[in-house]
Design a protein around this ligand. Structure first.
Ligand SMILES: Cc1cc2nc3c(=O)[nH]c(=O)nc-3n(C[C@H](O)[C@H](O)[C@H](O)COP(=O)(O)OP(=O)(O)OC[C@H]3O[C@@H](n4cnc5c(N)ncnc54)[C@H](O)[C@@H]3O)c2cc1C
Length: 438
C-alpha cells in the first residue's frame, strides 16, 4: 500500500487525505495541535459548492448558518457598498461556520474514510535523499523521529516548516514576502446593548489609517471584531482600531469573550511551483488565498480534490512531478489564474493612502462590482485593472505606484496561454520565470 504523509491538518490536506484513503492509500496526517485544541476560536465564511466540488458531504444544517449580508465602508465612513452572496454563489449557499466545528467535521470525515492521525507532534523539517523528498522529521514529546513515505502533501500553512526546509534545487519558493501577508487580530466582545447594524457585517477599509481591513459583525449576544493589516500589526494599531470601533458600536464589552489573539495569512498569488517529485503544496502553504480578502478555505478544499486525483495518477509512476504537475495545471487554470490580477490590485492597495481609498469609493472607482469580483475568483482581467487604475489618475501622486503595479500586467495573458499542460522541464521552468515577473 502506498504511504502518503500529510504534513499539518490544513483544509486542503484533509480534503486530499479523505479521497486518497478512500481509494486505498495508506494516509497519515501529522498535526502539532491536539484533537481538543485544533482550530481557531472564531467562525469563517465559506460556501456550500466547495464541499460538493471536494466530494465532502455537506455538513448538517445545524452546524452552520446560511446567508451573508454585508457591506464595505471607506475610512471616512461616508460610502457604504452593500453586498449579498458571493460571485457566482447564491446568498443562501454562503455560510458561516465555526472553525473548530469545521475542522473537526473534516477530521471525522477523514477518519470515516480510513485516514490516520498523529496529533500533538511538531514537524521540524522535510527529509530528502539525493534531492528528492522522502518524508518529514518530527518531534514527538521532545524525541526526534524520521517518518518516511512515498509522497508528502504539505498542508502545514503559510509558515510550513516542510516548504521552508526544502533543498534549493527543487526550485520551490520557501518564503512568502512579508508585504504579501496579512496579520489579523480577532476577538468576540459582549454586545451589552444588543446593538445590531444593517447589514450586520461591516468591512472597513484602512480603519485608522494603515493599509488593511477591519470588520465588525454584530450578533445578539456578541460583537465579532477582526483587525487586519497588510504586513505586520502592532499592539498600538490594535488598540487604536478597537477604540474607533468602540466609539461606533455602543455597548461593546471591554474584554474579549472569545479569541483575542493574532494570526497570519498569505495575501498573494499562488506560489510559482507547487510540485516536485513525491511532494506537493496545498492551501496557505501554497499561497492559496483570495489575495484581497484572505478567504482560503474554499480554494484549499477544492485544490485538495485536484491534488488527490493527480496523486492517484502519479502513484503508478513513483509520484513523479511529471504527473503531479497535472494538479498545478488544473488548479491554475480553474482558480489560480483568476487571482493573479487581484493580487496585483492588492499590492497597489497596499501602497495607497487612506485619502486615496476615500477618493476611490467616493468617485465610484471602487464599487460593489469590483469588490464582488475581487472577493471571488472571476471577472478581473488585466484590461479591467488597467482601466480602473487609469481612472485613478487624477490622484497624480499615485502615478509612480500605478506604473509600478501595472508594468507587468500585459504579461498575464501570455503567462496564461503558455502554461504547459504536460510537464516539460524546460517549458515549465520558462513558465515559472515568466509567472514570477507578474
Ligand atoms: C483571522 C482569520 C480569519 C479567516 N477567515 C477566513 C474566512 O472567513 N474564510 C476563509 O475561507 N478563510 C479564512 N481565513 C483563511 C484561512 O484560515 C486559510 O486560508 C485556510 O485555513 C487555509 O489554510 P490551510 O488549511 O492551508 O492551513 P492552516 O489553516 O494554516 O492549517 C495548517 C495546519 O498545519 C498545522 N501545522 C503548522 N505547522 C506545523 C508543524 N510545524 N507541525 C505540525 N503541524 C503544523 C497547524 O496547526 C494547522 O492545523 C482566515 C484566516 C485568519 C487568520
Amino acid at each position: 500500500m502506498k504511504k502518503i504523509i500529510v504534513a499539518g491538518a490544513g483544509h486542503g490536506g484533509l480534503s486530499a487525505a479523505a479521497i486518497l484513503a478512500q481509494k486505498g492509500f495508506d494516509v497519515t496526517v501529522y498535526e502539532k495541535q491536539t484533537r481538543d485544541t485544533i482550530g481557531h476560536d472564531w467562525h469563517d465564511a465559506m460556501d456550500i459548492p466547495a464541499f460538493k466540488f471536494a466530494d465532502i458531504p455537506v455538513p448538517p444544517e445545524e452546524l452552520f448558518k446560511r446567508g451573508l449580508h454585508m457591506c464595505y465602508m471607506n475610512p471616512k465612513k461616508t460610502v457604504k457598498l452593500v453586498m449579498d452572496g458571493g460571485p457566482g454563489v447564491a446568498q443562501s449557499d454562503c455560510i458561516s461556520i465555526d472553525r473548530k466545528i469545521l475542522i473537526n467535521y473534516l477530521i471525522d470525515h477523514c477518519l470515516s474514510q480510513g485516514v490516520k492521525f498523529v496529533f500533538g507532534v511538531e514537524i521540524i523539517s522535510v527529509l530528502t535523499e539525493n534531492g528528492t523528498v522522502t518524508g518529514i522529521k518530527i518531534s514527538d514529546n521532545g524525541e526526534e523521529k524520521c517518518i518516511t513515505g512515498d509522497m508528502v502533501i504539505d498542508a502545514a500553512g503559510m509558515t510550513s516548516p516542510v516548504r521552508r526546509s526544502l533543498p534549493e534545487e527543487l526550485g520551490i519558493e520557501k518564503e512568502i514576502p512579508e508585504e504579501d501577508t496579512f496579520e489579523i487580530y480577532r476577538a468576540y466582545y459582549e454586545n451589552t446593548e444588543k446593538f445590531i447594524t444593517d447589514p450586520n457585517y461591516t468591512v472597513f477599509f484602512y480603519n485608522c489609517g494603515k493599509p488593511g481591513i477591519d470588520w465588525v459583525i454584530t450578533e445578539e449576544d456578541h460583537i465579532d471584531v477582526l483587525i487586519g493589516k497588510f504586513g505586520r500589526i502592532s499592539d498600538e494599531e490594535i488598540e487604536s482600531s478597537l477604540k474607533d470601533i468602540r466609539e461606533n458600536y455602543p455597548g461593546m464589552g471591554e474584554k474579549p469573550i472569545r479569541g483575542g489573539n493574532t494570526a497570519r495569512i498569505p495575501l498573494t498569488k499562488m506560489l510559482p511551483l507547487l510540485v516536485s517529485d513525491r511532494y506537493a503544496l496545498v492551501g496557505d502553504s501554497a499561497g492559496m488565498t483570495v489575495p484581497l480578502n484572505g478567504s482560503g478555505i474554499d480554494l484549499s478544499l477544492q485544490a485538495g480534490k485536484l491534488l488527490a486525483c493527480a496523486v492517484e495518477a502519479a502513484s503508478k509512476n513513483g509520484f513523479g512531478k511529471e504527473e503531479l504537475w497535472q494538479y498545478q495545471y488544473r488548479y491554475y487554470t480553474l482558480f489560480g489564474k483568476n487571482l493573479v490580477a487581484i493580487s496585483v490590485f492588492r499590492r497597489f492597495l497596499g501602497a495607497v493612502t487612506e485619502d486615496d481609498i476615500n477618493f476611490f469609493l467616493e468617485k465610484g472607482l471602487l464599487s460593489e462590482k469590483e469588490i464582488g469580483m475581487a472577493g471571488g475568483i472571476s471577472g478581473i482581467t488585466p484590461a479591467y485593472v488597467i482601466q480602473k487604475l487609469i481612472a485613478a489618475l487624477p490622484k497624480a501622486k499615485l502615478l509612480p505606484e500605478l506604473l509600478k503595479t501595472v508594468k507587468n500586467m500585459p504579461l498575464l495573458p501570455v503567462v496564461n496561454s503558455t502554461m504547459p499542460s504536460v510537464w516539460d522541464e524546460r517549458q515549465v521552468s520558462k513558465w515559472v520565470s515568466l509567472y514570477k515577473e507578474l
